[in-house]
Design a protein around this ligand. Structure first.
Ligand code: NI
Length: 169
């Protein structure tokens, strides 16, 4: 088990479409374990494999009802198969520094996925947990929450990051 480095915007790995996972082996279990450890250390409520530089369809989330508890869930090759309603909630991302913003998402979703053993599963969730899953599944398609913002807000953020990078150099 080891803590992994979280890649930050504008790292290109965050923009790649992640590969489907076909091997349900010890290597996958190790990767998921590292991701869970890295997520709680950050701390965050969800993490997608591309965020640690692995472009594969794997996400981990904290499914606990209250923020102080830990109830890890691993979803392999997750896909949203049903969605209904809308909600607007504040989002941030471990890969997008210094920004939170209101994002419009589906209120309730059904996700089909495989567990760590490769067994097919289905899950219906709503409200905040549905937001977290939509956010993490977006990562597997190279989409970040800033892509859901207005062009102006996104441009302002990109400008800010450019400035930060120049200052660091
Ligand atoms: Ni994120």
């Amino acid at each position: 088990m080891s803590l992994r480095t979280i890649h930050k915007f504008p790292d290109p790995v965050l923009r790649k479409k992640a590969e489907k996972i076909t091997a349900f082996d010890a290597r996958l279990e190790d990767l998921a374990t590292d991701m869970i450890e890295t997520m709680y250390d950050a701390p965050g409520v969800g993490l997608a494999a591309p965020q640690i530089g692995e472009s594969v369809q794997l996400i981990v989330v904290n499914a606990a009802q209250d923020e102080d508890s830990e109830e890890s869930m691993i979803l392999v090759n997750p896909e949203i198969v049903e969605k209904e309603g809308t909600q607007v909630d504040e989002e941030g991302c471990l890969s997008v520094l210094d920004l939170t913003a209101a994002v419009k998402r589906s209120q309730k979703i059904t996700v089909s996925y495989q567990d760590i053993k490769g067994e097919k599963q289905e899950l219906t969730v709503e409200d905040r947990f549905a937001v977290v899953l939509q956010h993490e599944i977006d990562h597997l398609h190279g989409v970040l929450f800033i892509d859901h913002l207005s062009t102006l807000k996104r441009a302002l953020y990109k400008k800010k990051v450019k400035k930060m990078l120049v200052t660091q150099a």
